[in-house]
Design a protein around this ligand. Structure first.
Ligand code: GLA
Length: 384
């Protein structure tokens, strides 16, 4: 967590609203493996990171609530008695969605003020949206003493995204952001919502994120279409989700459903198996094996699930050619954002330079590289 950011957010709140706020930090996430498996009740392997959102909150007697996004220098006003999606269709809907979901359960009995800022690059696939939702969900819970358990708060965050943003996301991002642990990744079973934590102190390797800085616009609708395709296959097989489906079972519906639906389900079945294998590889310190699974995931996401793009494919191909890289893949929903690379520490800097040059040459876009620390999930900060 960034102390400077905390102080800026706090000072800005005090200046604007002449009172002392409650402060919350909520992290973004990476995902080691298990992509597009969460909404199929499968396995994912995420971790909360030290990039996140600091939010200041306080109650007010005024007739309106105010949400201030410092990074954008924008303010949105509304009343807790009448919460509707905003037509601006921006960041405010993630927050309004959370308020509406909380209001469905217990009453927030006064208006409130919020100021926030963050260090998660937008559109990078590092879940700035879940961080934002969770920050407010936990913040309101504490501010109004609502007593909602954290496991319910993440459902509130998820429904906010479904109902106010229109993305029918799974539970991975909200879970990872809320329940992250320092230096640990979590193998999460999205059916039972049980997580097993794995220490991630790699001896000679490190994870590097490369941000393509592209976000192709078809992302949200393509995401919802993928989810619908998976649900149709599960329904045709008479199962609640693809979680309990095998490749043999998929054979049965070949011909009955559009072939690209079956192909997508095939990817999900394979990715679930890969995620369990990845956890085993990590336990056995088989980093090469882990890296191979990352490449296989990328191939599946690109060729079968069709959520990659030229920029992501290019970076993964270049990474595969680079000596000292064990694995690489696109991360998150797709159509842009970051690749995740497992790289030998000794070649990390050379790798970043080489890929930045190649990317610039091919797409005339500057690449950004990040290494991240794994950290605690959404939490109250002291107000010192
Ligand atoms: C987005 C969604 C998650 C998950 C990933 C893909 O980040 O919010 O629920 O589906 O895409 O794995």
């Amino acid at each position: 967590m960034n102390e400077t950011l905390k102080n800026i957010v706090k000072q800005q709140f005090k200046q604007r609203f002449k009172s002392s706020p409650m402060l919350v930090f909520s992290p973004g996430r990476i995902n080691l493996l298990g992509e597009h498996t969460d909404y199929n009740q499968g396995f994912v392997f995420p971790a909360a990171i030290d990039k996140g959102i600091v939010m200041a909150l306080g109650k007010t007697d005024e007739a309106t609530s105010a949400l201030v996004a410092l990074d954008k220098n924008e303010t949105y006003r509304f009343s807790v008695d009448q919460v509707e999606p905003s037509e601006l269709g921006g960041w405010e809907n993630y927050l309004l969605g959370v308020v509406a979901e909380v209001q469905k359960q217990r009453r927030i009995n006064s208006n409130f003020k919020v100021v926030f800022a963050g260090t998660i690059p937008f559109g990078a696939g590092l879940s700035s949206s879940a961080a934002l939702e969770n920050a407010l969900a936990l913040g309101l819970n504490l501010l109004f003493d609502l007593g909602i358990p954290k496991r319910e708060l993440i459902r509130i965050s998820q429904r906010a995204e479904h109902n106010f943003v229109g993305v029918k996301c799974g539970i991975m991002d909200q879970y990872a952001s809320m329940f992250g642990k320092r230096n640990q990744a979590m193998l999460l079973d999205c059916k039972s919502l049980q997580a097993q934590y794995f220490s991630l102190n790699l001896p000679t390797y490190t994870f590097v994120l490369l941000n393509t800085h592209v976000k192709h616009s078809l992302g949200d609708s393509a995401y919802n279409q993928r989810r619908e395709a998976c649900e149709s296959v599960a329904a045709a097989l008479g199962t609640a989700s693809l979680r309990d489906v095998s490749l043999d079972m998929l054979e049965r519906v070949q011909g009955e459903l559009p072939s690209n639906f079956v192909q997508k389900a095939e990817y999900v079945v394979e990715e679930n198996a890969r995620t369990a294998q990845a956890a085993q590889a990590l336990l056995a310190k088989d980093y090469e094996g882990f890296g191979q699974l990352m490449f296989a995931t990328h191939k599946g996401l690109s060729e079968k699930y069709e959520v990659s793009c030229d920029e992501l494919d290019f970076l993964v191909e270049e990474a595969e050619k680079f000596n000292g890289v064990l694995g690489a893949r696109m991360m998150g929903a797709g159509f842009g954002g970051c690749t995740l690379n497992l790289v030998h520490k000794e070649v990390k800097e050379d790798f970043i330079v080489a890929l930045s040059q190649a990317y610039q040459k091919r797409f005339q876009v500057a690449l950004s590289a990040y290494t991240v620390q794994l950290c605690e999930g959404t939490r109250l900060l002291d107000n010192k």
